[in-house]
Design a protein around this ligand. Structure first.
Ligand code: HEC
Length: 180
């Protein structure tokens, strides 16, 4: 009888743990994890846009171009796609930054962001860095010149302060900023 009660009690504890634990860990889901998931999602969407949508559009004679709004045979650049998606989001910030950006609005917002970009450039294997910065928690996901076209377009853009990007260079990062 005592055994049965103990077993029942243990089962009850286990069941409670099994039910509660996922919620505890969901509540516990660190800002670090949240930022990493958001970055992974944003990068995945951009990759699909850059690979599948842009490539398919090209077959139909439509190309990505910065001034796509003025050209009926153009669609937005992948960088513009990320920024446009970020502009739709009210709950957190999603954007693109770089140390030598085409537009100054894409400069890091704080010294911690600039330092994180330098760290990603120095240690390419890192790929993602996350950190607390004032009242925000942030994550940066490295954006490398995976194709020569990345470097060429930036190097020849009239507003780009940097004219010598090479394939493989870190060009900047996708950034997520959460309020703590
Ligand atoms: C056809 C031109 C073009 C190509 C190709 C291109 N970019 Fe850009 N990129 C831009 C423009 C224009 C902006 C600025 C967009 C804005 O802020 O409105 C930009 C912005 C960026 C930024 C934000 C910092 C900055 O420089 O303003 C990063 C990082 C970036 N691009 C990385 C890449 C990578 C990586 C690739 C290749 C996978 C790439 N770009 C391909 C034109 C291009």
């Amino acid at each position: 009888m005592k055994y049965a009660i103990r077993i029942k009690a243990s089962v009850a504890v286990l069941v409670t743990l099994a039910i509660v634990t996922p919620f505890v860990s969901a509540a516990d889901l660190s800002q670090d994890q949240v930022v990493r998931y958001l970055l992974a999602t944003a990068k995945a969407f951009r990759s699909v846009y850059a690979k599948d949508i842009v490539e398919e559009a090209k077959r139909g004679g439509v190309k990505p171009a910065e001034n796509w709004k003025d050209n009926e045979h153009a669609i937005m650049l992948p960088a513009q796609f990320i920024k446009a998606a970020g502009a739709e989001i009210k709950d957190f910030e999603l954007s693109l930054i770089g140390l030598t950006p085409i537009y100054k609005s894409n400069l890091p917002k704080t010294k911690a962001e600039a330092d994180a970009l330098k760290k990603l450039a120095a240690q390419p294997d890192l790929k993602v860095v996350t950190f607390a910065d004032g009242d925000q928690f942030k994550g940066l996901s490295a954006d490398f010149a995976i194709a020569q076209g990345c470097a060429d377009c930036h190097n020849t853009h009239p507003s780009s302060p940097k004219k010598d990007f090479k394939k493989g260079d870190l060009m900047g990062a996708v950034v997520v900023r959460l309020h703590k």
